[in-house]
Design a protein. Structure first.
Ligand code: JFZ
Length: 477
């Protein structure tokens, strides 16, 4: 009796052990999914190649949350300003009537677009509707829109036109969560909820189709607010809606924060494969190395303060400097991603001075160095502590972006296998070829002329096949 018990215990233990061993081994499981990933690996069409090569983008969070600007009735809301409606410090009925005061008299779409262009942004994402449900376009499916504010004019159209004119591609942010629509539910608990949610789904579908038809220049949709239990049950609906939207605009780009699979998994399906065209989970964070990305396209969306997207009068805590933001941009590109910097204009339509100065400083750096950003991605060279390598995807040109100069003023480089180092020169003065010192097989020092840099500096670097002769074949040291 005792023995039988022991055998059962041991068998159960072994089964669990085997299970836990296997669950640690990355493997392609064979779960048959109808609404999982529809493609393995990257999209290779020209629309997606264009997306991949942007490097730098601009995010804009604008809506009626810019009126309270993170405070109400003399009290400060501790969360992100665009979430203020969810706070007990401001009654819903007051918030939901703020639109009657929304009148951004100083809004100048052309000036915003020009500023973004000068910063070096090649795409822009605008909040058409955030979680509060207020629409910056005159949607015919709700009264809660810009058309019913004193401003009246279609802000999305003004922005789409202005940015498109500057050659900046426009993407529409759309929140599935909608705190204003009566049929919206975060979870479905009974028959009434289920009926209400059906009307909400149709409303969502109508609005999305409306947006793509009204703004056919749109290159993609940036979805948000898809974490609700109710939405996680919508694999069938969301999958078919995605297909419908892709049929309206050819090449439309939709990230991984949109549809769930039939098990309610988000971003990655039950087999671990990414759903959507790029990974949308890098929010205010950047991966440390390329292996974390499993070969997927991705973008990083970043705030200048800690976590404020919409306008907040008080930026508490650390506010990132332009150099910090430039380093983030370069790091993203070095790991094959895009970097998208957020702006939160105020209720008058003014972009605050802290954002304007960063846009200007990033732009100044980009004017000199954009060659190391645009059309660039991961270079197969081991990263060193002084900064990052990037590589042009068509020409193969490799760049070194230097942020930290070692005290000896020498930058170590480990050459890829079967390569040796050729010419290294500053991007801004290509004739000032730098001296090179060989340390070991495959290891070199680049000797800098100035140990103190007052701005992140970019160098072009040549890697040549070992058997071929290059400019710096026998470096004169
Ligand atoms: C969402 C919004 O709630 C927020 O207001 C803002 O619009 C931002 C861009 O998106 O916030 C998120 C969404 C996802 C994560 C974190 C914040 N996430 O995956 O870590």
């Amino acid at each position: 009796m005792k023995n039988r018990f022991l055998i059962i215990v041991l068998t159960v233990f072994c089964l669990f052990e085997i299970e836990s061993i296997y669950s640690q081994v990355p493997h392609r499981s064979s779960i048959n999914l109808e609404h999982g990933a529809h493609r393995l690996g990257r999209r290779t069409d020209s629309a997606m190649e264009n997306w991949r090569n942007y490097g730098l983008g601009q995010f804009i969070h604008w809506g009626i949350y810019s009126i309270p600007g993170g405070q109400w009735d003399g009290k400060k809301y501790n969360g992100a300003a665009e979430w203020i409606r969810s706070w007990s410090g401001i009654p819903n009925n007051i918030y939901d009537n703020l639109y009657q005061q929304f009148n951004p008299e100083d809004f100048d779409a052309k000036a915003w677009a020009k500023q973004a262009k000068e910063m070096g942004a090649r795409y822009m994402i605008i909040t058409t509707k955030h979680h509060d449900g207020f629409c910056l376009w005159p949607s015919q499916y709700t009264n809660y829109t810009i058309a019913n504010t004193p401003y009246k004019k279609d802000i999305i159209k003004e922005l789409v036109d202005a940015y498109t004119n500057e050659g900046i591609d426009v993407y529409l942010y759309f929140s599935i969560i909608d705190w204003n629509y009566p049929g919206y539910r975060s979870s479905i608990k009974n028959k009434e909820d289920s009926l209400a949610y059906e009307s909400f789904k149709q409303f969502t579908r109508n609005q999305l189709i409306e947006l793509l038809k009204m703004y056919p220049e749109t290159k993609g949709l940036w979805f948000d607010g898809t974490w609700d239990a109710a939405w996680k049950e919508q694999a069938v609906f969301a999958d078919s809606l995605g297909n419908e939207l892709r049929n309206i605009i050819f090449g439309l780009i939709i990230g991984s924060r949109f549809r769930p699979d039939e098990f309610g998994n988000r971003h990655f399906d039950a087999n671990g494969d990414m759903m959507g065209d790029y990974e949308q989970g890098w929010e205010r964070k950047i991966p440390d190395n390329i292996s974390q990305l499993s070969g997927n396209d991705w973008d990083c969306v970043m705030t200048i303060p800690n976590n404020q997207w919409g306008y907040n009068e008080n930026w508490d805590g650390h506010v990132k400097s332009s150099f910090e933001l430039i380093e983030m941009l370069v790091k993203c590109v070095s790991l094959d991603g895009n970097f998208v910097l957020n702006f939160g204009p105020n209720s008058k339509g003014i972009i605050r001075k802290e954002e304007t100065s960063r846009a200007k400083e990033i732009g100044e750096w980009m004017k000199v160095n954009n060659e190391a950003i645009y059309d660039c991605g991961y270079a197969e060279v081991e990263k060193q502590d002084w900064g990052y390598f990037t590589q042009n995807r068509s020409s193969g040109q490799t760049y070194m972006a230097v942020f930290n100069v070692p005290v000896n003023g020498k930058l170590k480089i480990k050459c890829p296998e079967k390569k040796k180092i050729g010419r290294v020169a500053p991007l801004s003065s290509p004739d000032d070829i730098l001296k090179i010192e060989k340390i070991n097989k495959q290891e070199y020092y680049i000797i800098l002329n100035d140990k103190i840099l007052n701005t992140p500096k970019v160098f072009t670097v040549e890697f040549i096949d070992e058997e071929k002769k290059g400019v710096n074949d026998s470096p004169k040291i």
